[in-house]
Structures are given as C-alpha cells and as structure tokens.
Design a protein around this ligand. Structure first.
Ligand SMILES: Cc1cc2nc3c(=O)[nH]c(=O)nc-3n(C[C@H](O)[C@H](O)[C@H](O)COP(=O)(O)OP(=O)(O)OC[C@H]3O[C@@H](n4cnc5c(N)ncnc54)[C@H](O)[C@@H]3O)c2cc1C
Length: 279
C-alpha cells in the first residue's frame, strides 16, 4: 500500500528520503494530473509520497553576494509578487497556469518534472541557474542544463530533495519573452522564446537565447552565443540569417496534440528573427 507522510522539518524529510522509497510532492499540480484516475476516484499513486509543501524551511527568497536563492517550496504566486524576483522570471511566471494553480505550484516542481515545455525552465537556463540538491549526507549544486537530461528525466536521486534554486545576478539592457499557447492564460506552451542582451556603447557584450518546447530539453547553445557577441548591434542585425541558420540545426521539435513540428520550428525562428531586428 502507498504510504503518505507530511514531515514537520527538513531533517525529518531527509530521514524519510534516505532509503529512496518516497517521492517528493510539492504543489502537486503536475503529479496529481499525471496520476489522475479516469473514474472520478482518487489519483492512482504507485510511489510513497512525501508532502513537502508544508516545510517552511523551504519557503524563502534570499540574496547572497552573487545569487538570489529561491527555496524550493516557495509558490509561483509568491515569486510573482516578490520584489527580488528577476523581472524576466516574473514575466514568465505571470503567463504560467492561473492564480489558483500558481498558489501551490513551485519552481522545483517545474524543474523536476523536466517537461521541454516547462516555462520557468527557459529563464532558468538563460540565467545559468544552479539547482541545490540535498540528501542526508550530501549537498550538490548542479547547473540546470546538467540536471535535466531529457524529457521528464533528471539526475535527481531518490534520496534527494531540491532545496533551493540559485540564480546569478545578471544585468541585461533588453530581453524579450514570447510564449505561444492555445490561449492567453492557463495554457501549456506550443513554443516559447527568451532572448536577452547586454549592450554598452552599441556593442553587444552579452547575448543569450533560449527556446522551450522545440527539442527534448530547453535549448541554450553557448557556442552559438559566443560567435555573435562583441559586435555592434548593426553587425548583429546584418548577420541575422547566419544566426538563424545556426539555430535551425538545433531546433528539432516533435508533433503532439498541441502543435506540429513545422509550425513550432517556423514560429521559433520567427521569434528569434524579431528579437534581433528589434534590438
Ligand atoms: C491547469 C494547469 C495549468 C498549468 N500551466 C502551466 C504553464 O502555463 N506552464 C508550465 O510550465 N506548467 C504549467 N502547469 C504545470 C505545473 O503547474 C508546473 O509544472 C508546476 O511548476 C509544478 O509544480 P508543483 O510544485 O505543483 O509540482 P509537483 O506536481 O508537486 O511535482 C512535479 C515533479 O517534481 C518533483 N518535485 C517537486 N518538488 C520537488 C523537490 N523539492 N525536490 C525534488 N523533486 C521535486 C515531483 O516528485 C514530481 O516529479 C500547469 C498545470 C496545470 C494543472
């Protein structure tokens, strides 16, 4: 029979997780849907569940010298209204789900669920977020792109819990987030795009591009970004077709119930083109 526990402290949670027989549940907004029963009966869980959403120790937004640390059980709605939340992350969260869902959904759930269409993953990849994992005997800091290894696949072990998400403090002079869904709110992305630049004296010092829902994981390619840094804005615009041809090779979407691969690829490349031409 499936066991369910509601630990009162993080230490108690780590004790339960130690043998690897419990699955963490945060807000449950992914898990409850994935395990729903078609017969209007309770969700059909096969793993023991550890409810973490009550752990106040994991509800925080804190600054260190170089990073913002977001406790894993901080709700998306709290982050949406928090002054310290990076503005691009706030913009993305505003388009995630609805207020009712955001009141319980968490960034850590979006990360561990590892859907290529997980919206918050796009800014977290772009901002070089590190995921802090905790088990009874170990702390691990893992860059998000190493943590997520495929659709719904991560390197999080059964005895670990995401403790917090560390987001480096970066400055951009301009960024653009675009999400295409079936409707304006409460919709899973068909395709999403986030571009950011830091421009000083007309020089593009930093250029970062991330796409959601057009590959097995979020796409961020540092090699391509490097080629197009340290040039003037006009030169970057002149080389737009070259940039697009690089990303054309990385964007390999799938057909599913939300969209088809031709549409996804075309829209993703159009969003990239618009971003560059509007710098
Ligand atoms: C109506 C609706 C609309 C939605 N709209 C969007 C949307 O617009 N964009 C979007 O990206 N998503 C959307 N979602 C999906 C979902 O709300 C998000 O992915 C959310 O961030 C999941 O967070 P959670 O805390 O509810 O995760 P949960 O369901 O609790 O968990 C999801 C996964 O993460 C694991 N997990 C959770 N917390 C931890 C932790 N601390 N440590 C280790 N593992 C952990 C769980 O074991 C599970 O595998 C929507 C869902 C619904 C129901």
């Amino acid at each position: 029979m499936v066991k369910q526990v509601i630990p009162k402290s993080l230490d108690e949670a780590l004790d339960y997780l130690y043998d690897g027989y419990y699955q963490v549940i945060g807000g449950g907004t992914d898990l409850m849907v994935q395990k729903r029963s078609t017969a209007e009966t309770p969700p059909h869980f096969t793993n023991n569940l550890l409810y973490a959403f009550n752990l106040d120790e994991l509800k925080f937004v804190r600054n260190s010298e170089h990073c913002l640390h977001i406790g894993s059980m901080t709700s998306l709605e709290t982050l949406l209204h928090h002054d310290e939340t990076p503005s691009m992350l706030r913009e993305v969260i505003l388009e995630m789900a609805s207020p009712a869902i955001r009141n319980v959904a968490t960034l850590s759930g979006n990360i561990a669920n590892a859907s290529p269409a997980g919206d918050s993953l796009v800014p977290l990849y772009l901002l070089d977020a590190q995921i802090v994992l905790l088990s009874k005997n170990q702390f691990r800091h893992i860059p998000i792109e190493k943590l997520i290894v495929g659709p719904r696949k991560t390197v999080i072990r059964n005895d670990e819990i995401i403790k917090d998400i560390a987001i480096p403090k970066l400055e951009f002079t301009k960024y653009k987030w675009t999400k295409v869904g079936g409707r304006l709110a409460d919709a899973i992305s068909k395709v999403s795009f986030l571009g950011a630049v830091h421009i000083e004296n007309d020089q593009v010092l930093d250029l970062r591009i991330a796409f959601g829902a057009v590959y097995k994981t979020v796409i961020r390619n540092r090699e391509i970004e490097k080629i197009f840094r340290n040039m003037s804005v006009q030169e970057l615009k002149n080389r737009k077709d070259e940039i697009i041809s690089h990303y054309e090779l990385c964007i390999l979407p799938i057909d599913d119930q939300r969209s088809n691969k031709e549409y996804r690829k075309k829209v993703a490349l159009n969003m990239l083109s618009d971003f560059i031409m509007n710098l």
